[in-house]
Write a protein that binds this ligand. Structure first.
Ligand code: ZN
Length: 233
């Protein structure tokens, strides 16, 4: 586990949102990614000035836009409002999630079909496609995905307005996960020459960091959900 970033966030004033604090700890800023878009929430620790460490077992979105709730065990020490803590995420776990998440972007360009679902967990990730089973060949998918990853292309983020996105519905491949709207703008992940789609998740800076993937299995989860499950090699 390693500290990512040097900020010293404060525990937010609990009086303003007492209900939120029953579910988790809210900080004025954070590097923890909350569960969303099919990606698991970060785990890690909050370090107190007295040396005590409070384990974060999961991270969720709060009620308001950009609010992040750090979930701790029921018997964890209670933090004081206004207290300054240092944050550390479980970086090996998060980095594996970033690699798997970015791998799904590449996979979505190898299997050309509407995406009906997806999930990224430590150890494995999957996309569901609305496609005929006969068109899914595990060996070919693995080979084509790894060939794209081996091109080592740098990823880029770009922002467009909600209106621009509305005018380009073809950008939204994932029918089950609508892009996060409401902030007036939507973040896009671009892998130049490969993929461009709205995504609020975490990605590696270069697809080469993913390394080779393997297809664990392909199975039918219903007529419109043909599941392709992958793992890092
Ligand atoms: Zn993404």
């Amino acid at each position: 586990m390693s500290v990512q970033g040097g900020c010293l966030p404060h525990v937010r004033d609990g009086a303003r949102r007492p209900a939120v604090h029953e579910r988790g700890i809210e900080l004025d800023r954070t590097l923890f990614y909350p569960q969303g878009g099919g990606q698991a929430g970060d785990t890690g620790v909050l370090g107190r000035a007295n040396g005590e460490q409070v384990g974060v077992v999961d991270t969720r979105k709060g009620d308001a836009h950009d609010d992040v709730l750090h979930l701790v065990r029921a018997d964890a020490p209670r933090l004081d409002v206004g207290e300054t803590v240092t944050l550390a995420i479980d970086w090996p776990r998060r980095y594996a999630l970033m690699r798997l998440h970015t791998a799904l972007h590449v996979l979505s360009c190898v299997v050309v079909a509407p995406v009906t679902g997806g999930n990224i967990a430590p150890g494995k990730a999957r996309l569901d496609f609305d496609i005929d089973m006969s068109l899914l060949d595990a060996a070919k998918i693995e080979r084509d995905t790894n060939a794209l990853i081996a091109r080592g292309i740098a990823t880029e983020t770009a922002w467009i307005t909600d209106e621009e996105l509305d005018a380009r519905p073809e950008l939204v491949k994932t029918m089950s996960v609508q892009p996060p709207r409401g902030a007036g703008r939507v973040r896009l992940l671009r892998i130049p020459g490969v993929d461009l789609q709205p995504c609020g998740g975490t990605h590696v800076a270069n697809i080469g960091e993913i390394g080779p993937i393997r297809v664990l299995k392909i199975k039918s989860e219903g007529r419109r959900n043909r599941r392709v499950e992958i793992a890092l090699r």
